[in-house]
Design a protein around this ligand. Structure first.
Ligand SMILES: [Zn+2]
Length: 329
């Protein structure tokens, strides 16, 4: 950004937007400035209707036509003259509940421009197909990680929740998440039928067996032999891992009590497929200036301009606009 002020002041002359009565005002640059006043005194007309509208109008004229549709244009303000005004970003007070998916980037539409940059000027892995700008947002069907639907978080089970006491054997109920009563006894018989020791303390079972019992999505059926005092005749019993059981209850059960019990065994954690970004892998594989769009979103605003400039230099383009040249517009 170039500084076009000469003395560190923004000077407004003859502002008449809405209820402003030909206001002249000098506002210091690079300072925290507060406009106060009773409701209806013209604070918003001055800050948003005049200063921001004019800054945006100037910015708007500098961007390519295809980029303009991504910006919400506010009309030209009623004012005689403004000098010393830099490019500006406005965060307005929002009506209604802000979405948990909102960020400074989404509110300012800076995210839209960044997504377009990645779509048009990003470096794609060999063989990857071109992605539209929308595919770089976790909030769209095209961009959302299939596993977490773009939320970046998943609810999943962990061993210490499923097995709170690892000194217990499976027969003693080590897998606390499994159902009780007949179903629980059935699962223990099935596990024994699979050749896994149900008398040993949980923690002395091989890691591979423990992981399989807790997390597998395989559901083998095994012959459960008759057992004196419990089972009169043999039958085929189906295995469910602890995770399958918990997830099945959470997604299918109508019983509030069972759902509450199942919730004790899950916790919210960053989605392992997208590392918590919510963005599908194809989009995260595209880079600009050596960074994925997820990494670029994490760059502090103060460093963002320099980082983007590096990327532009690397592409050999002369300006960000040239680098972001559309393919077919
Ligand atoms: Zn995900």
């Amino acid at each position: 950004m170039t500084r076009n002020d000469v003395d560190g002041w923004v000077r407004v002359r003859g502002a008449r937007e809405h209820n402003l009565k030909n206001v002249d005002i000098d506002i210091p640059r690079d300072s925290l400035v507060v406009f106060t006043g009773v409701s209806g005194s013209g604070k918003s007309s001055l800050a948003f209707g005049t200063l921001y509208a004019e800054a945006q109008r100037r910015y708007f004229e500098s961007v390519a036509p295809y980029a303009r549709r991504l910006l919400n244009q506010v009309g030209a303000p009623e004012v005689r003259e403004i000098t010393g005004l830099p490019p500006a970003v406005a965060l307005q007070q929002r009506r209604g509940a802000p979405s948990s998916r909102s960020t400074v980037g989404t509110i300012t539409t800076l995210s839209n421009l960044l997504r377009m940059l990645y779509s048009r000027a990003g470096t794609y892995p060999t063989g990857a197909t071109h992605l539209a700008a929308e595919a770089f947002s976790p909030n769209t069907a095209a961009g959302a990680c299939p596993r977490c639907q773009g939320l970046g978080k998943v609810h999943d089970v962990t061993e210490d929740l499923l097995v709170p006491d690892s000194t217990l054997s499976i027969r003693e109920g080590a897998i606390a998440a499994w159902p009780g009563a007949w179903q629980g006894a059935n699962l223990r018989s099935v596990v024994r039928g699979l050749g896994i020791d149900i008398e040993k303390p949980w923690r002395s079972l091989p890691r591979a067996d423990r992981d399989w019992l807790l997390y597998t999505d395989e559901q083998p059926s095994v012959l459960v032999e008759p057992e004196a005092g419990r089972i009169d005749h043999g039958y085929y019993g189906k295995f469910w891992s602890a995770r399958e059981h918990v997830m099945h209850v959470l997604s299918q059960s109508q019983s509030e009590r069972m759902r509450e019990r199942a919730l004790r065994f899950v916790k919210s954690m960053p989605c392992p497929d997208c590392d918590g970004s919510g963005l599908r892998p194809e989009a995260r594989a595209v880079t600009f200036a050596g960074r994925s769009i997820v990494e670029m979103n994490a760059v502090p605003l103060t460093d963002l301009a320099d980082t983007l400039r590096m990327g532009v230099d690397a592409t050999g383009a002369t300006s960000p606009r040239a680098a972001a040249k559309p393919r077919n517009e």
